[in-house]
Write a protein that binds this ligand. Structure first.
Ligand SMILES: [Zn+2]
Length: 163
C-alpha cells in the first residue's frame, strides 16, 4: 500500500477535530442510528449506488417517524436537521462504498486479463518478466490456471537441449 502523505493525515485529523467542534456546538441533540450504515453499505457493495440511495432516504424517514411515534421531546426544527444529517451521512457511506466496490471489481477484471497474458511456464511456474528473465512466482493459482508456455530450462528438460 502507498504510504499516506503527511498532508492527507493532517487534513483527516483536522476534519475529525472539526466534527468534534460541530458536535459540541449542536449539543446532545444530534442522534445517529449507527447500525443503519450496514444495510446501506451492503446495498452499495452488492447492488450499486441506486439501492443504497433509496435505503438511505427510507431509513432516514423511518427514523424520523420513530421519533414522531415515540413523542421524543425534540422541537420540529432540530428533528428536521437531524433527519437531513442522517440522510447525508448515509448517502456518503453509500456512495463511498459503491465507489470502492466498483473500483475493486474493475481492478479484478484488469488483473484477470493481465494474468491471462502473462507468460507462465506450465512445468515449473516461473514467470517471464518484461526483459525476458524467468523468475519464480509465489502464487500457485497463477501457475495452474494460466500456464501455456515453458521456460528454456524446462524445454531442455522435456525435449532435450538443441545445442
Ligand atoms: Zn519451467
Amino acid at each position: 500500500m502507498k504510504r499516506p502523505s503527511r498532508r492527507n493525515q493532517i487534513i483527516i485529523v483536522l476534519f475529525a477535530a472539526l466534527l468534534v467542534v460541530v458536535d459540541f456546538v449542536f449539543g446532545p441533540y444530534i442522534q445517529f442510528p449507527v447500525f443503519f450504515v450496514l444495510p446501506v453499505m451492503l446495498a452499495a457493495w452488492y447492488c450499486g449506488a441506486m439501492l443504497a440511495v433509496g435505503l438511505a432516504l427510507a431509513l432516514g424517514l423511518a427514523r424520523f417517524l420513530c421519533h414522531w411515534y415515540w413523542s421524543f421531546p425534540m422541537d420540529f426544527m432540530p428533528a428536521i436537521v437531524n433527519n437531513v444529517l442522517r440522510v447525508i451521512a448515509l448517502l456518503m457511506v453509500g456512495y463511498g462504498t459503491a465507489f470502492v466496490s466498483k473500483t475493486i471489481r474493475d481492478l479484478r477484471k484488469r488483473v484477470s486479463v493481465l494474468e491471462q497474458q502473462l507468460p507462465v511456464c506450465k512445468d515449473c511456474g516461473l514467470i517471464q518478466t518484461a526483459n525476458g528473465e524467468w523468475v519464480p512466482v509465489e502464487s500457485l493459482e497463477v501457475k495452474s490456471e494460466y500456464a501455456h508456455t515453458s521456460c528454456p530450462h524446462c524445454q531442455d528438460k522435456r525435449y532435450g537441449s538443441i545445442n
